[in-house]
Design a binder for this molecule. Sequence first.
Ligand code: KG4
Ligand code: ZN
Length: 349
Amino acid sequence: MAQESAKWPQEDVLILAIETSCDETAAAVVKNGREVLSNIIYSQIDLHTLYGGVVPEIASRKHIEKINQVIEKALTDAKVTLEQITAVAVTYGPGLVGALLVGVSAAKAIAFALDKPLVGVHHIEGHICANYIENKELEPPFLCLVVSGGHSHLVMVLDYGRYEILGRTRDDAAGEAFDKVARAIGLGYPGGPKIDSVSGQGDPEAIAFPRAKVGDNVYDFSFSGLKSAVLNYLNGCRMKGIPVSQADVAASFQKAVVDVLTEHSMHALEERGVRKFAIAGGVASNGHLRRALEEACRKRNVAFYRPSPILCTDNAAMIGAAGYYEYCKGVRHGWDLNAVPGLKLGERI
Ligand code: KG4
Ligand code: ZN
């Protein structure tokens, strides 16, 4: 069980951060929450591409094989010894249980052997905190759109570690929709970056895909209807013998996703009167989404923040940033820390 009590440190805090929630084996050393001394990511994408998506068992085995090397490299690149580390932070949920367990076990072993504090971090909180790394002036409160392979959340960041979820997806996450549509049009895995690049040659107005409205909560998202509309369009073309333009489908689908994400985000900014807006998660590296949101914020005179693409997709530097604020608030986990695949944002176990 997490122990929490407020205490802000005077001296430098060096966090060794570990992230293994999905298919990236990652470790980083982060100083005082915002200065990245090293950020090592071993991506398993090539391995999973063979199967058209992440295979959980293979991901866990690869994490076991790579975790020690990745941690050692993070320490070497940061020119920091284990003894100099203040605390060890690790993603303990949400994610794939077997994959999470590898990072959690490694973090527990290091923290226990060195008698250093152990801080469990929520993966989505990590994505949000990636924004602090390159924007030293950014502080809560602000609105954040978190769009990844497993999550689509519109979140008010009230304070460090304090969140109010305004909207979430009712079905598929935005990244999941990108991956499924990419597979359907023959682009393969991972779909997001491929749709992002192919759509450059397509016409976003070529096909009128639906923009779903979700009844009772204006901030909620739904992407499964859009995915079905793409599949129906492809089937229709096949049955009528009409050739399909991969680029037009990609561009029109992407425009539908970007329109919905932009509309909901701007609605929330206006209703809440918030002047700062950030994006996070793998889909936040989408060039079209970044440009649309930047332009929408510029028109409203709202400050726009987005992490570099390398800090949008899964990495451990973001876990080091989030871990720092948790550490400063006094969050400490015991040796009974476990992987929690369905961990909710703002929940501490
Ligand atoms: O945050 P992330 O690395 O992992 C999760 O926590 O899920 O997000 C991965 C997701 C995948 O669905 C991937 O297709 C999507 O982010 N993605 C993108 C782009 N780059 C990654 N989606 C759209 N455009 C991109 N450029
Ligand atoms: Zn992620």
